[in-house]
Write a protein that binds this ligand. Structure first.
Ligand SMILES: [Zn+2]
Length: 123
């Protein structure tokens, strides 16, 4: 018997500190970085790989009316069906202001990383 409870891969939960939707398997919230388990050795889990990271900057010209923007996120499965569609942020750009938007997808493979029970530093 393993003392470590294994969640179904992809199971989500709500961070008790910042209310963000995060992976059940996370020991440290990737949004607010609060610890989620009683494990003094827990560190933020590093992704096995990050297959996607895009960044773009929008600058409002020095003249004209303010611009409103919506940051939309969509995730589709292998059949092309949309499984997630949500607005992750809205705002406005005043003349000469700019915003930089970054999207990354981090993948975590089992048995990888420093916080697992097999290869951890503290067990
Ligand atoms: Zn959090």
């Amino acid at each position: 018997m393993s003392p470590v409870r294994q969640a179904v891969p992809g199971t989500a939960r709500v961070c008790p500190h910042c209310k963000a939707k995060i992976l059940e398997s996370a020991s440290v919230c990737p949004v607010c970085r609060h610890h989620l388990r009683f494990d003094p050795n827990a560190t933020e889990r590093q992704p096995t790989f990050s297959p996607l990271r895009v960044e773009g900057t929008i600058r409002h010209p020095s003249v004209g009316e303010p611009w409103e923007y919506t940051v939309m996120l969509s995730i589709r499965n292998d059949r092309g069906e949309e499984v997630v569609r949500q607005v992750v942020g809205v705002g406005a750009l005043l003349p000469t202001e700019q915003r930089t938007f970054t999207l990354s997808v981090d993948v975590f493979a089992p048995g990888d990383g420093k916080t697992t029970e097999k290869d951890g530093n503290g067990r």
